[in-house]
Design a protein around this ligand. Structure first.
Ligand code: ATP
Ligand code: MG
Length: 342
């Protein structure tokens, strides 16, 4: 951990843009839980304003936001210990994002691979929000002066941009106000790939449900998706080198290792030489054992939506206690005249 004048604080977010999947769990949620503890303040957010950068059905968005909150808690986030809330209830995120829109450069945004992937061939028809996404993400992080951001590998570029925004803001105004945030991208599953294509990230927004294991999938669905997962005809290798050029095999091994809390080396030492016909049922059994307690707890929590709404409201109140003074100080630095409340 690099020394800074900033108190260590963790921030991360997940979009309520569809079903939570295994990639979100291994790359993000599970790691959020690992970072939760008395020595570090942890702030976790359902980033609904990010979700609407592409069309979301309003009813489904509200449902997904609550279900995501249930997912956080079922995975082990304690809403007392961590600050757990949805982005739109803390207006300081969007307010700081506007300031950052005036700091970030067009060229920085145009280089973002997520923008290029999500806008596709028809960039002219994508929303302005989708283009400005990384600027809002920088605001999500920096409105808490967060120093550490656990994310999956796909968010690395956005975190570099967050650092660039913090550095440019500090330079432009001659201050040392925003921390230069550390990305925390660790573990065996920082990039879980699609079960249908080992070169593509597993995503909520992938139109094929067979491409991902949803946190709400039952045992049969999980087993079926793993059975049908794309593989190659060769047996599994005993060493990592043997996964070279075999993205689908590598993906299933990485998933196994992350679920079992083992290293890839350990897993290969055990399963090397096995055919997929033997390995896939082992993986399915492990995935069901790890995920089904979480999905049944999610379903239980979803029976009391009023309680979920209370948790979100309380989390937002606690978040604003940190965010409000940071926004006020930012406004002072920039020179806009503002009253105490944003
Ligand atoms: P969308 O397709 O709508 O962008 P998503 O599946 O990419 O959804 P996000 O809400 O964008 O999910 O990301 C939430 C967190 O999960 C981020 O930290 C991201 O890096 C991580 N994450 C997303 N997909 C994966 C994956 N396949 N493997 C590991 N981590 C992932
Ligand atoms: Mg994403």
């Amino acid at each position: 951990m690099t020394e800074t004048k900033f108190t260590p604080r963790v921030f991360s977010g997940i979009q309520p843009s569809g079903n939570l999947h295994l990639g979100n769990y291994l790359g993000a949620l599970k790691r959020f839980v690992d970072m939760q503890g008395p020595e570090m303040e942890t702030v976790y957010c359902m980033v609904d304003l990010h979700a609407i950068t592409v069309w979301q059905d309003p009813k489904e968005l509200a449902h997904s936001t609550r279900e995501l909150c249930a997912g956080f808690i079922a995975a082990g986030i304690d809403p007392e210990q961590s600050i757990l809330f949805n982005q739109s209830q803390v207006p300081e995120h969007a307010q700081l994002a506007w300031i950052f829109n005036c700091v970030a450069r067009m060229g920085w945004m145009q280089r973002m691979t997520q923008w290029k992937d999500k806008a596709g061939k028809n960039q002219q028809n994508a929303s302005l929000g989708l283009f400005a996404y990384p600027s809002l993400m920088a605001a999500d992080i920096l409105i808490y002066h967060a120093t550490h951001v656990p994310v999956g590998e796909d968010q690395k570029q956005h975190l570099e941009l967050t650092r660039d925004i913090a550095i440019k803001f500090n330079n432009d105004f001659g201050v040392d106000f925003f921390p230069v945030t550390e990305p925390v991208i660790e573990g065996a599953a920082t990039r879980v790939m699609s079960l249908r294509d080992g070169t593509k990230k597993m995503s909520k927004s992938d139109p094929s449900d067979m491409s991902r294991i949803n946190m709400t999938d039952g045992a049969d669905a999980i087993a079926q998706k793993i059975r049908k997962a794309k593989t190659d005809p060769d047996a599994l290798p005993s060493e990592i080198d043997g996964l070279e050029g075999r993205p689908d095999a590598r993906n299933l091994i990485n998933i196994y290792a992350a679920l079992a809390d083992q290293s890839v080396e350990q897993v290969l030492a055990d399963v090397g030489g096995k055919q997929f016909g033997e390995f896939k049922p082992m993986l399915a059994e492990l995935a069901v054992a790890k995920l089904s307690p979480i999905s049944s707890e999610m379903a239980r929590l979803m029976n009391d939506q009023a309680e979920i709404d209370r948790i979100l409201a309380r989390g937002a109140e606690r978040a604003r206690i940190i965010a409000e003074p940071i926004l006020r100080q930012t406004y002072d630095i920039v020179g806009v005249v503002s009253s105490a409340r944003g």
